[in-house]
Design a protein around this ligand. Structure first.
Ligand code: CMP
Length: 139
């Protein structure tokens, strides 16, 4: 089915001027960028977004990183977009990411790993709603 997934191009990538390079991989994979904006996340936004990881030892580091510079938030549309984007991103740790994936191409470490993508339909809907109004998504 045609799905929407939520993507973040993270501060390690925006700092290195890689927004267009990441988007080229997304588009080449057949996913359509149907909403996109560059924002500076607040600490409160990052803590809410990653609330599921609140008890993890890396939570503080994760929030610090996500507010360390601009991010580009996106909605991607395509057939089975959620699982397809996870394939395009590659493994969370770039050391384990397959050739040609965004994280293999660009990520610096498990923390500075260039992109986020939703892991389920339920989370995609929650994450999209945190950053976009319905009329900002134009397919
Ligand atoms: P993301 O898909 O955005 O969701 C949670 C993030 O936590 C994950 O990508 C990683 O960037 C980050 N993360 C996971 N494990 C670690 C770790 N051991 N140290 C720092 N960050 C981590």
């Amino acid at each position: 089915a045609v799905e929407h997934t939520f993507s973040i191009i993270k501060p390690d990538a925006t700092k290195r001027n890689l927004t267009g390079s990441v988007n080229a991989v997304i588009e080449k994979a057949g996913l359509r960028i149907v909403a996109q904006k560059r924002v500076q996340m607040t600490r409160a936004q990052a803590e809410t977004f990653y609330a599921i990881h609140r008890e993890r030892p890396f939570f503080g580091e994760l929030v610090d990183f996500m507010v360390s510079g601009p991010v580009v938030v996106q909605v991607l549309e395509g057939e089975d977009a959620i699982v397809r984007y996870r394939d395009v991103m590659g493994a969370t740790n770039p050391a384990n990411a397959a050739e040609g994936t965004i994280r293999k191409l660009f990520a610096l470490s498990v923390g500075e790993n260039t992109v986020h993508g939703s892991d389920s339909r339920e989370n995609a809907a929650i994450e999209i709603a945190q950053f976009f109004a319905g009329n900002e998504i134009v397919g």
